[in-house]
Design a protein. Sequence first.
Length: 440
Amino acid sequence: MNITVVGVGHVGLVSAAAFARWGHDVVGYDDDAAKVATMQGGAPWFYEPGLQELLSEVTEAGRLRFTSDSDDALRDAEIVFVCVGTPPLPGGGPNLSYVEAVGRTVVAQASRELVLVEKSTVPANTGRRLEQVIARETERLGLEHAIHVASNPEFLKEGAAVEDTLHPDRVVYGTSSDFARDALRAVYAPLVEQDGCPVVETDVASAELIKHASNAFLATRISFINAVAQICDRVGADVQTVAEGMGHDVRIGHRFLQAGLGYGGSCFPKDVDAFAHLASQVGYEFGLLDEVRDINAGQRAAVIRKLEHELWHLNGKTIALLGAAFKPGTDDLRESPALHLADDLIALGAEVRIYDPVALPNVEVQRPDLPRAETIDAALAGAHAAVVCTDWDDIKKIEPQRFLEGLAYPIVIDGRNVYDPEAFIGAGLRYHSMGRTSVA
Ligand code: UGA
């Protein structure tokens, strides 16, 4: 099929490359000409394992190209995937004006009947709104061809985006016409034939809701185990063993029960807010989601309590923050717990020094005010305490001796539960973790 992907961010670029790999002819469109130029030069504009190789393969095969000319992008499209940003608004809901703008542009430039598919994460009812915009614009412009609205949420994780997209757990699409359903079947037919992955065909609103409910549920799991970690800290239990014991129940499972500094990224914080906002708009107060948010923020407060327990007040103290990215495997800093913690510490008068194996260039651009350390040892040198914020491999491998030699005071707050408490306490460190054995 002739596919156009509008917005070549994390979801758009990886999806475009995957569609091309499945044999479709794909155009990636973005109005950011600099991004398009980077990708026309053959390089993705962000770091994602395996993406460079996949892009080279499909662009060399002539199946994927990029443009910032909307007419060129939409002229031959049979199906258009909307992958533009839906950033949060001050009231908690997402800003859907970019999605609406794409709807208008597609109506103005499409030359045939086509399917407009929301892939950006949007609240239920966005499809209906888009249909309304399209109907009005179609009538205003006196056009003949129909534009069908569909929802096809994406479930990729950053850092595993290529793998998640090429081998998803499921494909979900919601449509309100046979034309749209058949087009989406055709897009995913190669994947379903190769991988046999389950397909959920549904209505547009249900597809939209599956995405928000999935992310909110995963965030709830993380906050649940983080609340359990708080109890573990107080009764001397070990949250990792508790999670393992819980996870053997197949109804619970093991994944997304890792306690620590909490969730960040461009998805969970925004989607939990947006889902709570939607619920409230339609007359249901989803208080559980407020708790999920509060527990998440409380994990940072717990790290600060542990630091204050060791250091008394934090004014004038230097804290080494190990990790800046919101999780390992990405250089993405959006809603990173590490950066929120840095802000909290600075507000208390502390000085921070931040290390990350991959994300430091982004820290330099996005948070030039934060002092950076190019190596782990430079971060530790003379600091009063270290906090593990992101569980990168090189951070996980730090031996107790290295902390003892580098830090001014031997204090380690393991915000991601990556070290062996016995080994660290045994080596003479004042070691604290999140819901596991800590020094008293
Ligand atoms: C998340 C979802 O996992 C994807 O399914 C979804 O498609 C994506 O959002 C999206 O909506 O686009 P992502 O934000 O890339 O993916 O990252 P995750 O791997 O889910 O991690 C999110 C945050 O939760 C990270 O800060 C991570 O450190 C934290 N986390 C994760 C925990 O604190 N504990 C866990 O057990 C798991």
